[in-house]
Design a protein around this ligand. Structure first.
Ligand SMILES: [Fe+2]
Ligand SMILES: [Fe+2]
Length: 485
């Protein structure tokens, strides 16, 4: 029986009958899978329909039921709703959904958007944009929960509209009904209104850096669906970028990094050079931050910030129904990562006229310093065919053109996106990474540090440390010990 006990504690959460009794209506209506321990068969499914039979029966008073750990978040939610009811506190009007319900709703919404005319889609995006522009946000007036919810809704819908439209255009291109150029012209207005809405959201979020907390509290910000993931990544990304820019302005970030570069970061960049050195010829005398990063650590310009953020919103646009993959430590999902990455890249670059900054942010978000996947290798091969003895000059650059020309190896906004993306995957209760386990912020950071930087340098070490500060700041918890040393 020992295997089962270990399996249970790894994968399941125990629920007492009192707890179950309190939230039984929700367990039934949301079809939450329950399990019980059978002496012979081990852990077996327990139908929620049987609940009413056991709950009032003293014979079963000691029965223990279990719920899979990735459903823990729902249990917590149901309990909160119940407690609020008891104390007459208002509940948010958001109806909590299981991953299956999310998927069904997503299907329904995709069908709905599929039936819309082009003008309908434009007017939805424009309405969001107009409504958000009317909200007063400045240094003094912080974003409140309602506005945060509005931003989440806008991000979800505009992401979904982009997705549906791009898939439709891609189909027409494949069926030889239109060319790529014609698709780009057809979708021009959607591309423009989407970019304009993203600009509005970036401007709102960049007024105050403390907004991440409000978003984290929003319940449907975390419903497990692929759109929720993209949207969460998008909003966290804008907040992270804003934090980074402010840190440069206010707190001598550049000076601090220069000071500790040799002691803390150099070894990781040397390792990157060593890892990719077999494949690429790269400048390897990395004595200063400026030798690694073209122009060193610097703030991001407004216009670039808009483009990077559009890239973050669209980064997984080619992901269809697979909800549980990202670049895991064991690489078991490589084939699927490859597919969704190239799908997203193709959709963004072939059906719409987005700037190079957007395209490369999407295209390079799984490169992991040469240990992941992406189109960089192909770009590079084209370059070396043309110029013999060609050498990559910098590890990282802010300049899209420099990446396109392979003068630098990694693209700053894509390296930032990788960090947010991995963190989100680790924190998402609906993903099944490492046996259905979800992590606390500390645990997630430790995994990122150990598996994604110390063992193999996949994430950028400097940006990782900035992220630790960002997270400490946004969840108001001291996580600084997770920094590199
Ligand atoms: Fe991805
Ligand atoms: Fe992603």
């Amino acid at each position: 029986m020992s295997i089962e006990i270990e399996e249970i504690t790894n994968k399941f959460e125990e629920l007492s009958l009192t707890e179950i009794n309190d939230i039984k209506d929700y367990l039934i209506s949301h079809n939450i899978p329950l399990f019980r321990l059978d002496k012979e068969k081990g852990i077996v499914e327990f139908s929620t329909e049987q609940l009413s039979l056991i709950l009032d029966n003293p014979k079963y008073a000691n029965l223990k039921l279990y719920v899979p750990k990735n459903f823990k978040v729902f249990i917590k939610e149901f309990k909160t709703i119940k407690e609020n009811e008891k104390s007459n506190l208002p509940n948010s009007n958001y109806v909590f959904k299981t991953p299956k319900e999310c998927e069904e709703e997503l299907d329904r919404r995709i069908k709905e958007i599929g039936k819309m005319t082009y003008q309908d889609k434009i007017s939805i995006i424009e309405t969001y944009n107009r409504e958000l522009k009317e909200v007063k946000v400045d240094e003094k007036t912080k974003i409140n929960r309602n506005t945060a919810q509005q931003i989440v809704n806008a991000g979800n819908d505009v992401g979904l509209i982009a997705k549906v439209t791009m898939f439709e255009s891609m189909k027409k291109i494949k069926d030889n009904e239109i060319t790529q150029d014609q698709a780009k012209i057809e979708n021009q207005e959607i591309t423009e209104t989407t970019s304009s809405l993203v600009t509005t959201i970036v401007n709102m979020l960049s007024y105050n850096t403390g907004t991440q907390k409000i978003f984290t509290e929003l319940k449907n910000y975390s419903d497990g669906g692929v759109m929720a993931h993209s949207n969460r990544v998008f909003i966290s990304y804008v907040n992270f970028l804003t934090f980074y820019n402010n840190l440069i302005k206010r707190r001598h970030l550049v000076y601090n990094i220069r000071t500790v570069y040799e002691k803390v970061y150099k070894k990781f960049y040397d390792k990157v050079v060593e890892t990719i050195g077999g494949k690429y010829k790269i400048y390897d005398n990395l004595k200063t931050v400026e030798d690694c990063i073209d122009q060193g650590i610097k703030s991001v310009e407004e216009q670039e910030m808009y483009s990077y953020s559009v890239g973050a919103l669209l980064h997984d646009v080619g992901k269809v129904k697979d909800l549980d993959y990202f670049e895991g430590a064991d690489g078991r999902d490589y084939e699927r990562i490859k597919k969704h990455l190239f799908n997203s890249y193709k959709l963004v670059s072939q059906t719409s006229e987005y700037p190079l900054e957007v395209i490369l942010t999407v295209a390079l978000h799984h490169e992991y310093y040469g240990l992941g996947y992406g189109p960089y290798e192909k770009l590079h091969n084209m370059k070396t065919e043309k110029y013999q003895g060609f050498q990559i000059q910098r590890i990282m650059s802010y300049n899209a053109k420099a990446i396109d020309d392979c003068e630098a190896f990694a693209y700053f906004p894509a390296k930032m996106l990788e960090i947010i993306d991995v963190y989100d995957a680790l924190m998402d209760p609906a993903r099944k990474y490492r046996g259905g386990k979800t992590f606390t912020p500390e645990e997630a950071l430790n995994i990122m540090r150990e598996d994604f930087i110390e063992k193999q340098v996949k994430l950028d070490p400097i940006l990782y440390d900035v992220f630790v500060e960002f997270l400490s700041n946004s969840i108001e918890k001291d996580l600084m010990s997770a920094k590199l040393d």
